[in-house]
Write a protein that binds this ligand. Structure first.
Ligand code: SAH
Ligand code: SF4
Length: 365
């Protein structure tokens, strides 16, 4: 079975129960136990679970919780970031990251094992694509982070960002199912506006998102202000070029009446000049946009460097002076290999060492 309890929307859970001859009214306590109390084991003895449901849970027909095992757990020295490497039922692994302070915790989730988009600077892109995650595997990552927060901080998640491994819009339906579950007010109840879907510019997915009933926050990775420059970093720009992408974003913004967040990974000497900033501001003119600047996290397979701090600030000032709000992502948690896919990439490299040992990347601070 390629689905799990965590990945069933309320209505899908009702349907599963009905299919097994169990009255669908039992969906209510079960959904609550799984999606709000985040129970995995001993569901049968949870509050409100009555005998017909207990029998179903113990039967062959029951949908099981997602098989997911923590294989690495690394905290950054400043305590701001914790990164989890989770092993799935088939032995593949994904990363989930917890960031922030009490009252302002964010979980960064993966949507795929690896990624098919091949962005040259990205550790996940360098790995290639293994498979899509199921909705249950995406929700189970959020549950893992939330459980840890409840256990260690007595706190809960406020935001979800789909900025881990993979391209969420290339795995559209399972990602949407997962986010519908995470935002369900009978479950974790995280508001849709507090959920960011980050895309490399997968146009068909953005178009579907424009018609989706919920209004999630959309972040689009640009990194280049011309097709030539962007194409060198993001190969799929050849299929979905910049002008078409920006047109799709403008349409999204107009129809959803929403601000679009644009990500720009700053690479020293490559895309961090004043000229780049001016051309980016020009591209976004008239749109309700926000620019998030991300200094490059150097990766093994890419010969790029971080920008200097002065460069990042000069770039930001040009964007802001053009009337576009802009933030520079803080380089917190860098010592846990905070770029997407980097923990997994690092673990692959250190095969032979005992899993779970923390190896800060020296020299990358
Ligand atoms: N596939 C989606 C979401 C995952 S990546 C996307 O590409 O948007 C989340 C963000 O991290 C993207 O903006 C991506 O360009 C950026 N990123 C990936 N690797 C990075 C690195 N090594 N340094 C800095 N930013 C990186
Ligand atoms: Fe995939 Fe995003 Fe990495 Fe590009 S940056 S390879 S789309 S995860």
């Amino acid at each position: 079975m390629n689905f799990s309890l965590e990945g069933l929307r309320y209505e899908a859970l009702e349907a599963q129960l009905a299919k097994s001859g169990v009255n669908p009214v039992h969906a209510k306590p079960l959904f609550r136990a799984v999606q709000r109390r985040l129970l995995r084991n001993d569901l049968g003895s949870a509050e409100g679970i009555l005998p017909p449901l207990q029998r179903w849970l113990a039967s062959e027909q029951a949908v099981k919780p997602c098989a997911m095992k923590l294989v690495d757990d690394t905290a950054s020295s400043d305590g701001f970031t914790r990164k989890y490497l989770l092993r799935l039922h088939d032995g593949t692994e994904v990363e989930s990251v917890q960031m922030g302070f009490p009252g302002r915790y964010t979980a960064c989730l993966s949507s795929q094992v690896g990624c098919a988009m091949g962005c040259v600077f990205c550790a996940t892109g360098q790995m290639g694509f293994s498979r899509h995650l199921t909705a249950g595997e995406i929700v189970a990552q959020a549950h893992h982070v939330e459980r840890e927060l409840r256990r260690t901080q007595g706190s809960t998640l406020r935001n979800i960002v789909m900025m881990g491994m993979g391209e969420p819009l290339h795995n559209f339906e399972p990602t949407m199912e997962a986010l519908d579950i995470i935002t369900d007010d009978r479950g974790m109840n995280i508001g849709p506006a507090r959920v960011v879907i980050s895309t490399v510019g997968y146009i068909p997915g953005i178009q579907k998102l424009t018609r989706h009933p919920k209004r999630y926050s959309l972040a689009v990775s640009l990194h280049g202000a011309s097709d030539e420059e962007r194409g060198k970093l993001i190969p799929i720009n050849k299929r979905w070029p910049l002008a078409e992408l920006l047109e799709t974003c403008r349409e999204y913004s107009a129809i959803k009446r929403a601000r679009v967040f644009f990500a720009w990974t700053l690479i020293g000497g490559v895309n961090d000049s004043d000229d780049h900033a001016q051309r980016l501001a020009e591209l976004l003119r008239g749109m309700d946009a926000h620019v998030n600047l991300i200094p490059l996290n150097p990766t093994e397979g890419f010969d790029g460097t971080m920008p200097t701090e002065e460069r990042s600030q000069a770039f930001q000032k040009i964007i802001q002076d053009a009337g576009i709000p802009s933030t520079i992502r803080q380089r917190r948690g860098i010592d846990v290999a905070a770029g997407c896919g980097q923990l997994k990439a690092k673990r692959v490299k250190r095969t032979g060492r005992k899993p779970g040992i923390n190896v800060p990347i020296s020299g990358s601070l």
